[in-house]
Design a protein around this ligand. Sequence first.
Ligand code: SAM
Length: 288
Amino acid sequence: MYEWHWHIEWQTPYEYHAHAIKKVIAEEKSEFQRVLLVELFRFGKSLIIDGKVQSTVSDEYIYHETLVHPLLLSLNSPKDVLILGGGEGATLREVLKHKSVNQAVMVDIDPVVIEFAKKYLQEWHQGSFDDPRTKLIIGDGYKYVKETKERFDAVVLDLTDPIKDSPSQLLYTVEFYKHVKAILKENGGIVTQATSPSFSLDTFSAIYNTLRNVFKYVSASIAYIPGFDSLWGFVYASDSVNPSSIAGKQIDNLIRERIAGELKFYDGETHEMIFSIPKNIRSKLETE
Ligand code: SAM
């Protein structure tokens, strides 16, 4: 039919999504994963790891704004933020928009992803790797959390999905979340990407409920990401704050006071939308 090359992404063992590839920009098998950077006809430049689209230039802001801002705005003036994963540098970009942040430590396991990001993903990181508040560490996030003596206001987990034998698998466990809790300052909080409620509701729910074993307040948001052709889930957890209980109007005020730079997706109205979880998904989260 069409004489294009396709990137086939399996959503479940029974269905896949096919993206037509305009060109392959770079490809490398690292020590940890297969890293591929392509230009897709529909979504433009896209980072793909082990066959899964991580983000596309046309809609990465939806994912990264939803991951970062609800948690950081719910905290009282976060200063020290830890990001685990986040190779593209876009989570770092969003964290650094918070005027209160003095230090953003980012720990990603894969030097190849970082090298690709610095070389090809300028639109994502927008120079955030060179910000004087950034401390970039190449290493395993689990090991870093277990060994660090530093304490953080917020920990942002922007990791690959918890697939068996992937380098991120252990960073979705109760044991790991307990280690994260131990490095949070009083009144701190964490957020994790939590896979697709459309294609892997069980996993989304498992992440939510694993966090409920460790933290007092746990809330979930969902946003549709066109490049994933799916709803995407995010889970926020803390012993003292709960982003989902903040009213949209208050979010607009907090954005005005505390964020430098533009947001393209997240504001008070969007906040109310992403924390409105439909009944079928809510029931799944609550019945685990
Ligand atoms: N948006 C993404 C998605 O859809 O899943 C996640 C983006 S980001 C590219 C994921 C990053 O997590 C990768 O750069 C990968 O190297 C990193 N990563 C995986 N396991 C890790 C670990 N144990 N410690 C630190 N970084 C890790």
